[in-house]
Design a protein around this ligand. Structure first.
Ligand code: UDP
Ligand code: MG
Length: 326
């Protein structure tokens, strides 16, 4: 398939990134220039920052950048909505202004040189190109093992995700227009794009350490993301609980038979220990079951309210206002 030279928007969510933004922003702009020089993208391609309700001077930095060069653009959310929502806001803003988007974090951890290969893959016919980490040696042991365990659990639960792919990916506007019909408020982008379909490929890169500032994903937030990922993509946990309930009921039935036989043959023993074990075990299982079901009920609650996923409060170029809040 022959494709025209695309207009690219690099979409970058930023939350309290005043330390790292001045370092990485020029790198993104340079990438755009280089890609243009190589004839891979058009000259009016841009870098779109999404300020996710930062409490520091991130938005001021973005505004200043956009005054220096029109290829820097920015939107600012009305409050902090989290990485996934911020990224969605940027992608929805970009989709009507460009042909392809590449989403990437602003901390310089993901190798921007993989973008060349991503655009080439697009030109060769792919509509989604996943950036996949070829190694995780720069992550801490804890982050590495928890993250990899998470991908394995997610796939075992039947959610289609690309192993070791985070949110560094190229998505064409065609895909984004279809994606705009996914109205759910519990979003887990890396697991949702495979659901849209279209031709996709992977591009491999090495992940570096953060250039400055600190990670916003401590273990608690990673667990929350993992939980959201699983419950927004799969109902297998509920099935597993049902199966567990059935299994335990079966085992309990055997226990009852045993107790009855013991009673009638006159071997009834004071079953204090076994009673205690069974009741506490069942109590535990029940609490877990209620918790898992509650998680899904909570999700349904949020979905039925269908509140806006983000609200754009400000844009660096207001006249170019084609994106809608969603
Ligand atoms: N981020 C965001 N909103 C948040 C938290 C993070 O937009 O509430 C952005 C952050 O600025 C960065 C990206 O999401 O560009 C990934 O965050 P971070 O680098 O802290 O996560 P890690 O790479 O450690 O997983
Ligand atoms: Mg990071």
């Amino acid at each position: 398939m022959e494709r025209n030279t695309p207009r690219l928007f690099i979409v970058i969510p930023c939350y309290n990134e005043e330390k790292v933004l001045p370092l990485t922003a020029p790198l993104f702009l340079k990438k755009i220039k280089d890609l243009h020089d190589a004839g891979l993208i058009t000259g009016d391609s841009a870098v779109l920052f999404v300020n996710d309700g930062s409490r520091d001077s991130t938005w001021e930095i973005i505004k200043k950048l956009s005054e220096e060069d029109p290829r820097y653009k920015g939107i600012s959310l009305s409050r902090n909505r989290g990485h996934q929502n911020a990224l969605l806001a940027g992608l929805m803003e970009a989709k009507d202004q460009c042909d392809i988007t590449i989403s990437i974090d602003c901390d310089g951890q993901d190798d921007i040189n993989a973008m060349d290969e991503m655009v080439e893959a697009y030109l060769a016919g792919s509509d989604i190109v996943y950036g996949v980490r070829s190694s995780r040696e720069t992550d801490s042991f804890l982050k590495r093992t928890t993250a990899q365990g998470f991908y394995k659990v997610l796939n075992a639960l039947g959610a289609e995700t690309v192993y070791n792919h985070a949110d560094y990916r190229l998505v064409s506007s065609r895909v984004l227009r279809e994606f705009a019909n996914f109205k759910e408020v519990n979003i887990y982008l890396r697991g949702m794009f495979p659901l849209v379909g279209f031709k996709s490929t992977c591009v491999y890169y090495r992940r570096n350490v953060r250039m400055a500032g600190e990670s916003h994903y401590p273990l608690s937030k990673m667990l929350a993301l993992a939980f959201d990922g699983i419950t927004s993509l799969s109902i297998k946990p509920i099935r597993i609980i049902t199966a567990l309930g059935a299994l335990i009921s079966g085992v309990t039935f055997i226990f009852i038979l045993y107790a009855l036989i013991s009673f009638f043959t006159g071997h009834a023993v004071a079953g204090w220990a076994s009673t205690l074990v069974i009741t506490s075990f069942l109590g535990g299982i029940q609490l877990i079951a209620i918790g898992v079901i509650g998680e899904y009920v909570g999700k349904i609650y949020l979905e039925t309210k269908a509140r806006p996923r983000y609200i754009i409060a400000e844009r660096t170029d207001e006249h170019n206002n084609t994106g809608k809040d969603a």
